[in-house]
Ligand binder design. Structure first.
Ligand code: UFG
Length: 338
């Protein structure tokens, strides 16, 4: 039985499927013949980005609604993207992050166990590592998160481990590095409000919607003094979710995987490349370091490549920024103006 045939029978619950990474995974699931139900409270997600499968407006805090959803649908697996993702905010309002990202995830897991759904692909983060002691970072690098956001994600990983022992849950915890870029077909892309991420802010400056881009710190221990990050294309992240799902189905094992492209780019490199890709002027302003930013974060995704057969396809920066630029122009000219 080919992958697409088997997939044809499968219904996947995609929490946070109206969000940035979730919407791209939802699109790819449909391309591979899966059916999906997107559950999203639209706190940060956008209905316009939930274009495939059915959509349910709902919150993971609502345990009755969750049980009802599992009652009505026979899910074969859950892809769990729904979470708050502002690292800085998590330091100011940790309770908000523990409630939504940890406690509400437990509600979801309870509903899964109760209804015999035993496969989850979980959105984790490289923030579980904290300040790296080794680059590129392997999965067995010490976990020492420095924000409530990262600590909450680590807690969920621990919960998943315990549930897999107790209830035979099979999970893949995917530790993303810096998600970037947009659907190459331009249907969906990054759309945060407020926006805090480097690439969309740089593109905003290119569009003239912002005066300039702040460079947070120029005295880091890197070749040009600005922070280095591992930007991984969102379509590659989506593909890794499918590979992980297939792994859970066929190997019946759990696993933790880094998802990065293995290349680091500095803030200045990103800005220079965005100037080339857009052909526009992008003004910059050097400001103080942002608290909690390590010099460099680069992941080793060797395990994902070996175990899941996943390798990123959009590894060069012009391509990542190019897809983001096409989407960003559309977002500003058509979607936000509509
Ligand atoms: N940066 C700037 N100016 C800006 C915004 C960002 O210089 O206006 C810099 C940051 O200091 C950092 C780099 O650009 O060095 C990337 O910053 P982002 O905010 O785009 O992304 P982060 O690396 O902070 O965050 C990402 C994910 C988080 C995850 C984190 C783990 O968005 O979910 O990686 O480190 F937790």
């Amino acid at each position: 039985m080919g992958m697409d045939e088997r997939a044809g029978q499968d219904l996947i619950l995609v929490t946070g499927g109206a969000g940035y990474v979730g919407s791209h995974a939802n699109k790819l699931l449909h391309r591979h013949g899966y059916d999906t139900v997107v559950l999203d409270n639209l706190a940060y997600g956008h209905k316009e980005c939930s274009k495939w499968g059915s959509f349910v407006l709902g919150d993971l805090a609502d345990r009755d609604a969750l049980l009802d959803l599992f009652e009505k649908n026979r899910f074969t697996a859950v892809m769990h993207f729904a979470a708050y993702t502002y690292v800085g905010e998590s330091t100011d309002f940790p309770e908000k992050y523990y409630q939504n990202n940890v406690a509400n995830t437990l509600n979801l897991l309870n509903a899964m166990i109760e209804h015999g759904v035993r496969r989850m692909v979980f959105s984790s983060t490289c923030a579980v590592y904290g300040n790296p002691v080794k680059i590129p970072i392997p999965e067995d690098h010490p976990l020492d998160p420095i924000s409530p956001y990262g600590r909450g994600k680590q807690m969920v990983e621990t919960i998943l481990e315990d549930l897999s022992e107790a209830h035979g849950l099979r999970y893949a915890s995917l530790r993303y590095f810096n998600a970037a870029g947009a659907d190459p077909e331009g249907e969906i892309g990054e759309w945060h409000d407020p926006e805090t991420h480097l690439i969309p802010l740089v593109l905003d400056a290119a569009l003239g919607r912002r005066e300039d881009v702040k460079i947070f710190g120029t005295d880091y221990d890197t070749p040009d003094g600005t922070c280095i990050r591992d930007y991984i294309h969102v379509t590659d992240l989506a593909a890794a979710h499918l590979a992980a799902l297939e792994y859970l189905e066929t190997k019946h094992k759990s696993g933790i995987f880094n998802l990065g492209n293995g290349n680091g780019f500095s803030v200045r490199q990103v800005i220079d490349e965005a100037r080339r890709v857009t052909g526009r002027e992008i003004r910059t302003r050097q400001v103080e370091r942002r608290p909690g930013d390590p010099d460099a974060l680069i992941g080793s995704s060797e395990k994902a490549s070996r175990t899941l057969g996943w390798t990123p396809r959009f590894t060069d920066l012009p391509e990542i920024i190019g897809t983001a630029w096409e989407w960003h122009k559309k977002l500003n000219s058509e979607i936000l103006r509509a």
